[in-house]
Design a protein around this ligand. Sequence first.
Ligand SMILES: Cc1cc2nc3c(=O)[nH]c(=O)nc-3n(C[C@H](O)[C@H](O)[C@H](O)COP(=O)(O)O)c2cc1C
Length: 148
Amino acid sequence: MKSIIIYESTHHGNTKKIVDAITQKHNAEAVSIENAESVELSGYDMVGLAAGIAFGKFYKRMEEFAAKIPSGKQAFLLYTCGNPSGGYVKSITKTLESNGVKVMGSYGCRGYDTYGPFKLVGGIAKGHPTEEEIDGAVAFYNKISGRE
Ligand SMILES: Cc1cc2nc3c(=O)[nH]c(=O)nc-3n(C[C@H](O)[C@H](O)[C@H](O)COP(=O)(O)O)c2cc1C
């Protein structure tokens, strides 16, 4: 099972931390969203989409990229967010599934957030993702890639 992770982690590099942990442990490939257009997705069985959350969804660029994944591929989702409230994968999952892409699972955890008014109070979810949350992302990847 050959897989690649496309990531967008512009706020504090929170999502990149979980992507890095996965690529370091598994020799998996990862490419930033800026370079995603040059990736030949036909060469991969499974595509991971990893991003921070903005306004209740994956970052806009990632939501748009999801629509370009070829039908028949498998996908998985990784995200970090300031305030886990559920439903953050809903929109991107709908885009993927309506294009015939099978979503194998998702993993999300908290990530340091200084957006808007939170900046005034020093941010929320400081110290996240924690080591434990990062390990959780690796365990999730193990599971969906069939290593466990
Ligand atoms: C413009 C903007 C909007 C955000 N909206 C949300 C949101 O709706 N829900 C949430 O839980 N976190 C929200 N956040 C917090 C980020 O999702 C969180 O800090 C995330 O870990 C950032 O990931 P990154 O460092 O990989 O970019 C927002 C952050 C920014 C900058």
